[in-house]
Design a protein around this ligand. Sequence first.
Ligand SMILES: NC(=O)c1ccc[n+]([C@@H]2O[C@H](COP(=O)([O-])OP(=O)(O)OC[C@H]3O[C@@H](n4cnc5c(N)ncnc54)[C@H](O)[C@@H]3O)[C@@H](O)[C@H]2O)c1
Ligand SMILES: [Zn+2]
Ligand SMILES: [Zn+2]
Length: 367
Amino acid sequence: MRMRAAVLEEFGKPLVVQEVDLAEPRAGEVLVRLEACGVCHTDLYTASGADPSGYAPAVLGHEGAGVVEAIGPDVGDLAVGDHVVTLFSPQCRECEHCRSDRTNLCLAIREQQNLGYLPDGTARLSRGGEPIRHFMGTSTFAEYTVMPQIALAKVSPEADLSRACLFACGLSTGLGAAINTAKVQAGSFCVVFGAGMVGLGAVAGCRLQGAERIVCVDMSEERLELAKGQGATDLLLGGEDVVQRILDMTRGFGADYTFEATGLVSVMRQAVESARMGWGLCTIAGVAGKGETLDVVPRYLITGRRVCGSSFGGVKGRDQVPVLVERWLAGDIDVEPFVSHTMGLDQVNDAFDLMERQDGIRSVLRF
Ligand SMILES: NC(=O)c1ccc[n+]([C@@H]2O[C@H](COP(=O)([O-])OP(=O)(O)OC[C@H]3O[C@@H](n4cnc5c(N)ncnc54)[C@H](O)[C@@H]3O)[C@@H](O)[C@H]2O)c1
Ligand SMILES: [Zn+2]
Ligand SMILES: [Zn+2]
């Protein structure tokens, strides 16, 4: 079939919206008619050329939500008409990692996905017979996508897909960092560095876990106000003295849980140093620049602090994204304030500009 998609032709140049070909789903694959897609930093990072593993031409986008239009052979878990959220982090339910409750990093299709192909090593996207690669296995800046069924979460048909798409990346990453990775205990003292989509999700996750104090740190007053709406009890402007200010708030001990959602290694260090001696757990969700390293004085670890990373919030997508969506529908999570701009596929480059200017939390494309 022919459809419109935003193609990364050349790194550092605007995406080009154009007609491309999409082949039928093969075994284990599903054709999804996309309704909406959030625009995330990872799309911009790849488009800019900063990501060393990037490839072109490719259809970008990974925060998608839509409706199953057709299924290929051997698809058992999804049917035409199902509402789905796309998963750049799949869940095959069979590999060693999927069978463990200690990680969400499914091993089933990693290699081909990293190369921009579907699991059988080929692309369904093409133009004039030349293949176009599938970004993050999702390619959701498009009217349709073909994806393996193990990378689609079936969600409630009640969910507005123009909001549900946020659960495909940033929001689940933040929520999951608090709920799955850190497993925040009720009554605890938490600090979240960064009030973008991921940090705000972490604030909401800490609240859902019953944290008593949730301090949010950011450089933007406007974003800190949004954090308040998600349950932050204290707002701090970031800076050099922030660790000391957190120690002052905790009788010199530090926080039970800290979360880093900025991607800055200097802030990661602050998140480690403001975790409590004895048991403080620092969860890193931000993606640092290529070649950057995190500086930690080992004494912080000897005295009982722990550091861990979190990819997609430790969320096993097919099992847990539907549950998070249910919690939103039940009124536990307020998604509306995250959507700052809604636009069509043709405006995808404007969405990148807004992101670079830090104007709003998320732009959502509607198809
Ligand atoms: N782990 C994952 O699976 C995953 C998934 C999605 C995104 N990410 C990463 O998470 C990070 C956050 O993503 P986002 O979409 O929320 O980004 P964002 O840019 O919207 O938010 C980052 C926030 O950090 C704030 N900030 C900047 N300097 C600061 C400082 N010194 N102290 C405190 N706050 C400061 C900014 O003002 C901004 O509000 C990025 O690095 C992104 O690549 C990770
Ligand atoms: Zn993302
Ligand atoms: Zn797996």
